[in-house]
Structures are given as C-alpha cells and as structure tokens.
Design a binder for this molecule. Sequence first.
Ligand code: MN
Length: 206
Amino acid sequence: MTFILPDLPYAKDSFGDIISAETFDYHHGKHHNAYVGKTNEFVAADSSLSGASLSKVVQIAKDTGNAGLFNNSAQIWNHSFYWLGLSPEKQAPTGKLKDMIDDAFGSTEGFIEKFKAEGVGHFASGWAWLILNNGKLEITSLHDADTPITHGMTPLLTLDVWEHAYYVDYRNARPSYLDALLENSINWDFVAQNLDGNGVSRADQG
Ligand code: MN
C-alpha cells in the first residue's frame, strides 16, 4: 500500500508561540513527509511488503535488519503518534489516568519533572516516551527512529527530542521546549485513550 502524510489534527497556527506554524511547516510538511516518501519507495520496490500496515512494515524492517526501511517507516509512526498527543488547548489528566500518574510519579508535576529530565538527558536524537508496562506507567527514551511498538511496550505519549522538533522556536534550548509542551500542550484525552492497549493502531495506517 501507499502510505500518506496524515493531516495535523489541529490548525498549524493554533499553538501560538509554543509551536510555531513555521515549525509545523518544516517538521510535518518536510521532515515527516520525507519519511513517508522514502518508505513508499522501499515498499514499491519490495512486493513482500505490499498490503502490510505501517506497524507491520516497521516490524518486518526490524526483523529483517532493513535499517533504511526501519528508520523511515518508524519515523512515520512516531511522528503521527506525536502529533496526536499534542493539544492546542491546555488539558489535565483526570480519572483513572490521574490516579495512575499519582501512583507512579506522585503528581502530575512529578510526572512533568521526570519526563522532562528523561528528554533533556537523552543524548542526541530520539524520543521520550510514557509507556504502560505490566499495568504501571513508566518513562523511557529511545534513540533515533526507535519505537516502543517493536519492543512490546504500550505507548501512551511521546515528545520528539530531535533538534528539528525545537530548533526553529527554541534554538538549542531543549529544556524550554519540553517545559512549554509538558505544561501547556499535552492531549491527556489521547493518553487516556491509549491505556486500553490499542495505542499502536491510533497512529497506524492500513
Ligand atoms: Mn521529528
């Protein structure tokens, strides 16, 4: 199948100074789009991949050691999941999710502090993740295009810590980018929806 660049689930100017329209133009319109184009080139050249869902392509690429296909297809999935986890309106975790956050991190502020530390401490390019592991919330980070969907982890939320995610708006200040998004721009409804274990399909295609 041919993968597509999914539309952003909000207007690209709806985050004000927190994420500029220019960042979306480049990050979604150029970077994410390039991963889609390159993945489609790999898929077009290999009939064994035809008809596979995006997450299946990612898994096949990992299993067969096809690094080029893995990097590009995993980056489609990671970016689609990232956009879905952001909200232009400030939200707060509620209900069962709030209880689980309090159990794991003490409070929502405790979560923000730990997630920010993970993202800031991650060396070079990658992604910070909130995952569900054996019924408990955990924070981790993965390098480059690596994705929790090939590690048996249940993804709940991610923030991109590649420089291209923040350089337009924050220059080299990764901590300021993480602060701004964690305090103002998390789609906690999306995070709660992923507690059912079906988070993989939410950014999947096909
Ligand atoms: Mn990115």
